[in-house]
Design a protein around this ligand. Structure first.
Ligand code: ADP
Length: 266
């Protein structure tokens, strides 16, 4: 609880007034605890890959190694440094969004074209076949195309990452009751019931033995949620352990009407 009391001076000048601030101690303690947790998570997440990068560089400097060994260590350094860079980018994106400093550039976006574009870039890199279904040739939404791309990339990357044995990921685009819905469905590990309420929390990762080997930062879904909410949209999911998960985004459609030969956008 925070209570402010202000008074303005006789001539309406705020300088001569007073200001009281009462703050709830428990709230202050809660914020302190959050800051501490944040510092420990960030220092761990940043230090581990950095320590590994430094360790391998040291070996490369001081030891005579075969060409193959050198290549192997350089590959590891590249992988760890990429992870570090992604983590910092995700982290800064999320900070910007949470503090309300994210500026969205809304424009008409053909979400079907955007989804196909993301899928084309992924298709050859992994073992899953990604299928895109849509009833219409185009699906226009009101959105920021760079940020929506980030949403689709994060959800698709999770669908692939958390369905290691499965062959397929399905994306369906449909129009329902004045919304455009995008379902991203996998046939993978699923999400345990006890994890469901925390899934969109920053740094939260499911700690099950079935996915301990799968890398990640726990920031992806928090970013997706921020962006979808920044679009006045909705993000929901359904999941069953061992059968798979479906994440659904609902966005506002962009209506385009031709009036006297001119295109009018609502
Ligand atoms: P990350 O993947 O980096 O751990 P996310 O915020 O993207 O972080 O996801 C949080 C957690 O939710 C993951 O650790 C994972 O266990 C679970 N999760 C997310 N998407 C899926 C999915 N499609 N299937 C199963 N579990 C998922």
């Amino acid at each position: 609880t925070e209570i402010y009391a202000t008074s303005v001076g006789e001539n309406g000048n705020a300088d001569s007034g007073f200001l009281f601030v009462f703050r709830d101690r428990t709230e202050e303690e809660r914020i302190d605890a959050m800051k501490n947790e944040f510092v420990s998570i960030v220092s761990h997440e940043l230090r581990t890959p950095l320590a590994s990068v430094l360790g391998f560089i040291e070996i490369l400097i001081h030891r005579e190694l075969s060409r193959e060994k050198q290549q192997k260590y350089l590959d590891t350094i590249f992988k760890e440094a990429t992870r570090l860079s992604n983590l910092i980018n995700d982290f800064l994106d999320l900070q910007r969004m949470e503090s309300g400093r994210q500026i969205y550039h809304f424009a008409p976006v053909d979400i079907k074209e955007l989804v196909n574009d993301v899928v084309d870039k992924w298709q050859d890199k992994q073992n899953h076949e990604i299928k895109v279904y849509s009833e219409s040739a185009e699906n226009w939404v009101r959105g920021d195309s760079d940020r929506l791309r980030q949403v689709i990339q994060n959800l698709l990357s999770n669908a692939i990452k958390y369905s290691p044995g499965a062959q397929e990921v399905d994306i369906r685009i449909r129009q329902v009751d004045g919304s455009v819905l995008i379902d991203i469905r996998d046939y993978g590990l699923g999400i345990p019931n006890e994890a469901k309420e925390y899934l969109f929390s920053k740094f939260y990762r499911v700690d099950n033995s079935d996915r301990r080997q799968i890398g990640g930062t726990g920031l992806g879904l928090a970013i997706v949620k921020e962006i979808v909410e920044g679009h006045n949209g909705m993000l929901t999911f359904q999941s069953e352990m061992g059968r798979g998960s479906t994440f659904t985004i609902a966005l506002e459609p962009f209506e385009m009407v031709s009036l006297n030969g001119r295109i009018v956008i609502f």
